[in-house]
Design a protein around this ligand. Structure first.
Ligand code: PTJ
Length: 243
């Protein structure tokens, strides 16, 4: 039992959900450690969306709305933490949703797909092939999903695939609390924010942005600028703690 009065109630409930879903195979054991790293960076960022991250979320929404074939890639952690938010974003952006796993087994694909479908998400399904030039199973994807996408949203991603997608000419939106990760550094739009906060904000912008504003936001995107802002924000926060 986790008492509601506990100051870290939300964090503890989230950890419990991930631990429970690791027993069903939805979350990999490695996913638990990945979550811990995310939490550490969220501490450094004050556990709230920075002004710069909110801007990145607006640009991400503009990219999704302007895309011909946007796809949201979902792994075990993302499904466990944010199935509801992914469903909202699919409705507001019209993006396809595809399950893509690093620790891929057919059993995990089925369990994650079931969870997402229970939340009303419509999935790209059928045969997969190694369309992404990678040695590991993240290279497997659907022809009419990630393979044909012009914009791919990759929450909690591994840097190899983000780089491979960029090399294939796709625009990549990452959601990763670590501003130093390779994923953040190679993404077209690195969203440096916690997954559920980021997805809710991106959906909100998808609902409110008009086509003209969306078109102007996607010109001259400065991904490195978002990383610099996050690092500067952390630097200031650390100095404030010492003051
Ligand atoms: O389900 P699978 O098999 O596809 O595996 C998924 C994981 C997450 C295990 C896999 O993609 C992986 O190993 O990812 P990495 O390389 O650990 O990268 C995950 C990144 O997400 C790290 O930089 C974390 O800081 C970040 N992160 C973790 N939790 C959150 C987060 N970022 C935003 N919100 C979070 N809740």
């Amino acid at each position: 039992m986790i008492p509601k009065s506990h100051p870290r109630y939300r964090s503890l409930i989230t950890r419990k959900r991930l631990a429970d879903l690791s027993k069903t195979g939805i979350v990999s054991l490695e996913g638990l450690t990945a979550h811990g790293r995310g939490e550490a960076f969220d501490y450094l960022l004050g556990e709230e969306t920075t002004t710069s991250a909110l801007m990145a979320e607006k640009v991400a929404a503009a990219l999704l709305l302007s895309a011909k074939h946007p796809v949201i890639s979902v792994n075990g952690n993302t499904a466990a933490l944010a199935a509801e938010e992914i469903a909202d974003l699919q409705r507001s952006s019209g993006a396809r949703v595809e399950v893509n796993l690093f620790h891929r087994t057919e059993k995990r694909i089925q369990a994650i797909s079931r969870l997402l479908e229970e939340h009303g998400i419509s999935l790209v399904k059928g045969e997969v092939s190694r369309y992404i030039p990678l040695d590991h199973d993240r290279g497997l994807c659907h022809y009419d999903g990630i393979h044909s996408a012009d914009v791919v949203l990759v929450p909690l991603e591994d840097g190899d695939r983000a780089q491979a997608l960029v090399s294939m000419g796709k625009k990549v939106i990452s959601i990763d609390l670590n501003p130093l990760s390779r994923t953040s550094r190679v993404a077209t739009v690195p969203v440096i924010d916690e997954l559920t906060r980021a997805l809710s904000n991106i959906s909100g912008f998808c609902n409110s942005l008009g086509p003209k504003e969306a078109a102007s936001l996607i010109h001259g995107i400065d991904g490195t600028g978002f990383i610099r802002d996050a690092l500067e924000y952390i630097r200031r926060r650390l100095l404030d703690v010492l003051d």
